[in-house]
Design a protein around this ligand. Structure first.
Ligand code: BJW
Ligand code: ZN
Length: 247
């Protein structure tokens, strides 16, 4: 893999490593991304599904969509990109993995220090009592699942217009501020506040890598744009980091 001398120097000197991942890292596991031509939102518009008003209007439709995605996610396996990040964390102390993904594949690949910004699709939350439960506990048979308190359950994810979990957001901001290298991987960098993390890292002095199949609004700010599938690029970048660290 070609890396400029400044990029190799950044890898060599890296102390605090921050990573932000998006749907693209799970694409090679067979999980559709959101905004691609054949993506999740080519048929359904986010405003019809990914906000509380849409849910209150038609909870059954929203649940069908989440159930469809849960089925894909529970059948999927982490790919080489997830595994490379898990191995990288094992080899370095100050490593924070921030993800916008709700699929839980980073944890299944063995990553430990994971900041989930947009929740987790494999959990439910009660609209009435706030209780959070794992999906095994719910029997979804085409109806809207209910909590033991009688309240409606929703997927424990963050919809548009909702606050991100404050602890996760604080951890993400502080990882971005403290990073000396930061990687934005497989995200269209359109959804805030997640999309501001690479910019915060860069303006705090980090060397910014971006890994994506195509340029994004972040690309002009990236110090190194590594074009290609994250399942191929991340293992190579990890090898390069290991090589630089032995110098
Ligand atoms: C590959 C690849 C391969 C493919 N290898 N790459 C500032 C400015 C403007 C607007 C706002 C702002 N601040 C807040 C807002 C409003 C809003 C927002 O950002 N809107 C913009 C879209 C206009 N944000 C919010 O509402 C957030 N809340 C908030 O800010 O609260 C405070 C507040 C409250 C009230 C009022 C105002 C403020 C919440 C955002 C929640 C996002 N939720 C979703 C759904 C989660 C649940 C679910 O899964 O159903 O999260 S939306 C969806 O987008 C999902 C994703 O996590 C997120 C990001 O998508 P991602 O991961 O980037 O996927 P894609 O598909 O877009 O891109 C995939 C990329 O991968 C592509 O680039 C491909 O090329 C690439 N790729 N294969 C490498 N193999
Ligand atoms: Zn309840």
């Amino acid at each position: 893999m070609f890396l400029s001398e400044p990029a190799r120097e950044a890898l060599r000197k890296s102390q605090n490593i921050g990573i932000l991942t998006g749907a693209g890292i799970s694409a090679e596991s067979g999980i559709p991304t959101f905004r691609a031509k054949d993506g999740l939102w080519s048929k359904f518009k986010p405003e019809e599904l990914a906000n509380i008003q849409a849910f209150m209007r038609n909870p059954k439709l929203v649940w069908e969509w989440y159930q469809y995605r849960r089925n894909i996610i529970t059948e999927a396996e982490p790919n080489l990109g997830h595994h490379a990040l898990a191995q990288w964390e094992q080899q370095h102390d100050n490593f924070t993995l921030i993800t916008q993904n709700v699929d839980g594949l980073h944890a299944r690949a063995g990553s430990q220090n994971i900041v989930e910004l947009h929740g987790n699709i494999l959990r439910n939350r009660c609209l009435t009592c706030g209780n959070v439960s794992e999906i095994e506990e719910v029997n979804f048979k085409g109806t809207v699942p209910l909590c033991t308190c009688g309240g409606m359950l929703r997927p424990d994810v963050v919809w548009f217009g909702e606050m991100l979990p404050p602890e996760a957001l604080n951890a993400a901001f502080s990882a971005a501020e403290n990073a000396d290298i930061f990687l934005s991987v497989g995200t269209s960098a359109l959804v805030h506040p997640a999309a501001s993390l690479p910019e915060i890292a860069k303006s705090s002095g980090a060397f910014l890598f971006e890994i994506n199949l195509e340029p994004t609004p972040l690309t002009p700010y990236a110090d190194a744009f590594l074009e290609g599938p994250s399942g191929e690029i991340l293992p190579k970048l990890l090898t390069q980091w290991q090589t630089e660290r032995t110098k």
